[in-house]
Write a protein that binds this ligand. Structure first.
Ligand code: AMP
Length: 406
């Protein structure tokens, strides 16, 4: 029987594991933390438990399995272990198979493994977390929530590339879209703030963090998104280039002797804000650098931020083609929730869509504060802190409740 609504949320990356034990109904967090630099001698695990903060370094390389074992040990000591009813896992790629949360079985794990060819950096890491959690919590149901799921409502005309059709039919090459749980969460919250039923709400949602994506939400459903077959497409990001002329890749390989692996590293790890500024992928560092005494440093930081804001504004404007109505623009993610500078720059490009920023509201709406940052004669632009963990907990809980009732 599904006893209560406390869900342990696990988000497992290749060298990190984030976790959060929360009440799926209220969103109250009891324990959260992160294990980082796994499988290196610098591995650490940080756990915040109510008002206690623990940081453990085991002085030896440890992996995801040991990180989960440590977590179990601490949860047991704190008498929290019996309070967990289920585990919810973030899984990056669900392909076309999964548009809903799913109870993890052996056959689901096989499909997630097959989908690894579409997300070689992410799905194998997500599976490591699933296997480790199944070993540690044998009795508990485990649910997968897919980052691509929210975008499975995109129509064909949005998700097809203009490539030979058989590449879609035989090789699944199409746009999938990512950051789905975040775009879903903020659009639900935005509808609540505007007091509109989500089924009648239309938004453009900009998730701006180290990864960035823009999504058009029509009647509560995703109808287009800037990320594509992989999270590399779309607007420029912290270290990713976003969309570039594919001809540049041929030039790099044929004329500049880049290997494919070097191109991959260049576009995913060395481009974006970092590549253009030559300084950092971190928005805060770049904002500070714009007023540096070093004129070249300040010029490149200003340029990187200008290209970033212009590309995002263009992406937002382009999604007006996907909608017949627009209730609000939404900003979320570390940059969207906090950078008054970036928000102001983006909205300056969007006056044709009737967005006019209110400087005072822009300054006060940050650091976890939610609200409209535009003037009263403007279309609303809502800043909404995202909470992907809560979506994962909530969807895990709902699925298991449905199964119990069914
Ligand atoms: P995320 O990936 O969502 O954690 O977002 C990370 C990005 O948010 C980094 O580029 C940070 O510099 C940026 N960020 C976080 N806090 C602020 C802030 N107060 N002002 C500007 N950017 C911020």
């Amino acid at each position: 029987m599904f006893a209560n609504s406390n869900v342990l949320v696990i988000n497992c990356g290749s060298s990190s594991l984030k976790f959060s034990l929360m009440d799926a109904i209220t969103g109250k967090v009891f324990v959260d933390g992160i294990a980082e630099r796994l499988m290196t001698s610098a591995a650490t695990i940080k756990i915040n438990m109510l008002d206690k903060h623990n940081k453990l370094s085991l002085n030896a390389p440890f992996d995801h399995k040991i990180a989960i074992e440590k977590l179990v040990e601490l949860l047991t000591q704190a008498n929290l272990i019996e309070k967990i009813s289920a585990i919810g896992h973030r899984v990056v790629h669900g392909g076309e198979q999964y548009s809903q949360p799913i109870l993890i079985t052996e056959s689901i794990k096989k499909t997630i493994t097959q989908l690894s060819k579409l997300a070689p950096l992410h799905n194998p890491a997500n599976l490591i977390g699933i296997v480790a959690a199944q070993q540690a919590f044998e009795q508990l149901p485990q649910v997968a929530i897919f980052d691509t799921a929210f975008h499975q409502t995109m129509p064909e005309k949005a998700f097809m590339y203009a490539l030979p059709y058989e590449l879609y039919q035989q090789n699944s090459i199409r746009k999938y879209g990512f950051h789905g749980t975040s775009h879903y969460f903020v659009s639900q919250q935005a509808a609540k703030q505007l007091r509109k039923p989500i089924e009648q709400s239309n938004f453009i949602s900009a998730h701006l963090g180290n990864g960035c994506s823009v999504t058009a939400v029509k009647n509560g459903q995703s109808v287009d998104s800037s990320m594509g077959f992989t999270p590399l497409e779309g607007v420029m990001m912290g270290t990713r280039s976003g969309s570039i002329d594919p001809g540049i890749i041929f030039y790099l390989v044929e004329q500049l002797d880049y290997s494919l692996n070097e191109v991959n590293q260049l576009l995913n790890k060395k481009s974006g804000l970092l590549g253009l500024s030559t300084l950092s992928n971190d928005c805060r560092t770049l904002e500070q650098a714009t007023s540096s005494d070093d004129s070249e440093k300040s010029r490149l930081a200003t340029l990187a931020l200008a290209v970033f804001c212009y590309q995002i504004a263009k992406s937002i404007a382009s999604f007006s083609a996907s909608l017949t109505n627009l209730d609000a623009l939404i900003f979320t993610g570390g940059i969207g929730e906090n950078s008054t500078f970036v928000r102001e720059q983006i909205l300056t490009h969007l006056s044709l869509l009737n967005f006019y920023i209110d400087d005072e509201k822009n300054q006060t709406t940050r650091l976890g504060v939610s609200g409209n940052i535009c003037t009263t004669n403007s279309r609303p632009c809502l800043v909404i802190p995202t909470n992907e963990e809560w979506v994962i907990a909530e969807q895990t809980y709902s699925l298991l409740q449905q199964k119990n009732q069914g």
